[in-house]
Design a protein around this ligand. Structure first.
Ligand code: IVH
Length: 668
């Protein structure tokens, strides 16, 4: 038995070392094949001898598909602060001078570091083992995301070397490297899921996923930059970080000890350009006083340490000429102005177009025909027009005028009061709106009809085969074979896709209809709250606003949609073809009438069921889930962190607040 235990230990140590070589040092010493063989061997032994299993074994880095419900919260022993920002070398120099003046007669060494653009994390180690990983949260308390963090291969689960304190905390940044970010967005584009605007959002979104196997797949990485604890090995930051590196943490090679203002200035000018070569996103540099006694003397302001400062990089900017502004029509008729530019290289990609969003933005920037425009790509990946170079404006240049008629069908545009966008009201006669709605209808996250893309929709429309989404269900193999480049196989695929779409759930059908302002989340809420298209169609704007997250604008849009005969005709035809027009039985069946006539507001986070499940439970027991507290509310079902405004209102109106256990007993 002991020899098995020893064998398991040896395999774990070996695999941990390989992980370290690969993910921290970037210099693998075994082939992937050998690594996988060893991992499989370890898995087999752990399976055979479950007594020797260990949650921190390298076999557990792949995460689990079981989704967790919310995260436990943890109060940070020491608050997680942010840093003061500076934007110029001068301000950084002033920071160094301030520190020196506050420590008269002392040498002040500064550590220069990269400011990684991800999401901060606090890792807790006891006896050399990772015991907990906590997000920054609100600085006082964060979410416990240990299971997700364990999947990050560059984070040691068991420390190597020696000299670590029995208990300590180490903080750093979880990042999604550029390559992994691009791969993830390509995948999301393919699946028609919303793209992440930048690696920072992608990293924080990934860390909060409820499925650690998916986290493992996405390829997060982590750089550590700050150690805390009572018995740290050294009395200065730099040496502590070197020690951390020797224990297996990824500490950036960029970390440099700087002894003078000249050193600091050099560090800034070096990284201002060199950062472009880095495999991860950075948004600046961080300067820290090295000596921890000096840190203590300098202390903290309410929000940030006086012994450290961030220097933010200038967003990369280019100047290029505006060729013309085009106006594009979306499926809901919204007109988007787009600046078409002389191609220009910006952070490694060529930019030719940038959205100007709406008329107000054109006006605020005061863009004239042929202007030289500044284009920026900051933390955002999407290029943005940030200004005009006035010195280059032609004296006779006219201001860019927003079109007054639809660029596609010529109908005069309308602009609703208080809205920023101009809209083409010709919903049923304007080609890009019609084809846009059909393209949306067949999309992956809607009816997911394989084989029909943008081009096919246009071809189907131009050949007169379809005028709306319902017409798709009348298509025959003979019709489809008329399309350019269509064979029997591609026609077959579409017909099968149409057939399969008949089992797509009701919430996705609601989303597929292209009701203005009804996105994916709203569609889900509507489907769940109403249960069927008949109830949805019959609801007044006032009733609709009782549903959580449905405001007056969405409600009005839904009422308007169903008031239009043409939409009703499409819905009825779709129903006739067999599309799902209600939630499945099990979701809408009544379990009891214990909550009959009761209006219940849900607030906060829960541990026994999700919010959506509580919503279903209320409805299944005859109650009504409403969004906001009023005199008519019967109960507030409160989880943790109920909003203070709601709490006050409930107390003021004397509405009973019940917790989840009480609620579950009520419907038992
Ligand atoms: S030190 C008390 N060092 O920037 C010192 N922060 O605005 C705390 N960050 O929340 C932070 N790289 O998420 C430090 N090398 C670095 C950093 C860094 C990125 C992030 C961190 C922090 C934010 C401060």
């Amino acid at each position: 038995m002991d020899s098995v235990k020893q064998k398991i230990e040896n395999l774990r140590n070996e695999l941990n070392r390989h992980n370290y070589n690969y993910y921290v040092l970037n210099s693998p010493t075994v082939s992937d094949f050998e690594f996988d063989q060893k991992l499989k061997e370890l898995e087999r032994l752990e399976h055979e001898y479950p007594d020797f299993d260990d949650p921190l074994s390298p076999t557990h880095r792949v995460g689990s598909d079981l989704s967790v419900k919310g995260f436990e919260q943890f109060y940070h022993e020491r608050r997680m602060l942010s840093l003061g920002n500076t934007y110029t070398v001068k301000e950084v120099d002033e920071f160094v001078t301030r520190c020196k003046e506050a420590l008269p007669g002392e040498d002040v060494a500064i550590v220069g570091e990269l400011k990684f653009d991800g999401t901060s994390i606090s890792l807790h180690y006891e006896d050399g083992r990772l015991v907990r990983a906590v997000t920054r949260g609100d600085g006082e308390k964060g979410d416990v995301v240990t299971d997700n963090v364990k999947t990050i291969r560059s984070i040691p689960l068991q420390l190597q070397g020696s000299g670590w304190p029995k208990r300590f905390e180490i903080r750093g940044e979880i990042v999604l490297p550029w390559k992994a970010f691009e791969r993830l967005n390509e995948e999301r584009a393919f699946n028609e899921e919303p793209l992440f605007a930048n690696p920072r959002n992608a990293a924080s979104g990934t860390l909060k996923l409820q499925n650690s196997a998916e986290v493992a797949r996405r390829g997060l990485d982590a750089y550590l930059y700050y150690m805390l604890g009572d018995d740290l090995p050294f009395d200065n930051h730099f040496d502590n970080m070197l020690a951390a590196r020797s224990w297996g943490f990824k500490v950036s090679d960029a970390m440099t000890l700087l002894h003078s203002i000249d050193d600091v200035d050099w560090f800034i000018s070096h990284w201002d350009t060199a950062r472009r070569e880095l495999p991860v996103a950075t948004d600046g540099l961080v300067f820290k006083v090295n000596d921890m006694r000096q840190q203590l003397n300098l202390g903290f302001t309410a929000k940030s340490p006086r012994w450290a400062i961030a220097y933010k990089f200038q967003a990369e900017r280019a100047l290029t000429r505006l060729r013309f502004v085009s106006f594009e029509v979306g499926r809901s008729g919204i007109i988007t102005p787009v600046a078409n530019l002389e191609p220009v290289l910006l952070s490694g990609t060529i930019v030719k177009r940038a959205s100007l969003h709406n008329e107000d933005i054109i006006r605020t920037l005061d863009i004239h025909e042929g202007d030289m425009l500044y284009v920026e790509k900051g933390g955002e990946i999407i290029p943005k027009i940030t200004g005009v170079e006035m010195a280059d404006r032609q004296p006779d240049a006219e201001p860019v005028r927003f079109c007054r008629d639809c660029p596609s069908c010529g109908t005069p545009l309308v602009r609703a009061e208080g809205e920023a966008s101009w809209i083409c009201p010709n919903k049923y006669g304007c080609v890009p709106q019609i084809t846009g709605r059909v393209e949306h209808f067949v999309g992956r996250r809607m009816m997911n009809i394989d084989g029909i893309g943008e081009e096919t929709v246009t071809d189907l429309f131009e050949t007169g085969l379809i005028k709306n989404a319902a017409d798709l269900y009348e298509l025959t193999a003979a019709d489809l074979s008329m399309l350019p480049g269509f064979g029997e196989r591609s026609a077959e695929r579409i017909l099968q896709g149409l057939e399969e779409s008949k089992s797509v759930t009701f919430d996705r059908v609601v989303y597929a209809l292209s009701i203005p302002f009804v996105g994916e989340t709203v569609a889900k809420k509507l489907a769940r709250a109403t249960g069927s298209i008949d109830r949805l169609m019959a609801m007044s704007a006032e009733e609709l606003t009782q549903i959580e997250d449905i405001g007056p604008r969405i409600a009005a849009s839904i009422v308007e949609y169903f008031a239009d005969e043409r939409n009703l005709a499409i819905v009825e035809r779709l129903r006739g073809y067999g599309l799902q027009m209600s939630m499945p039985e099990s979701d809408s069946t009544m379990r009891s009438d214990r909550l009959a006539g009761k209006s219940i507001v849900i607030s906060g986070t829960f541990s026994r069921h999700s919010r959506d499940e509580y919503k279903d439970l209320i409805e299944q027991n005859g109650g009504k889930n409403v969004g906001s507290i009023s005199k008519k509310t019967d109960y507030v079902l409160a989880g943790e962190n109920m909003g203070p405004a709601k709490l006050e209102k409930a107390n003021k109106l004397g509405i009973p607040i019940i917790d989840e256990d009480t609620f579950l007993k009520m419907i038992e």
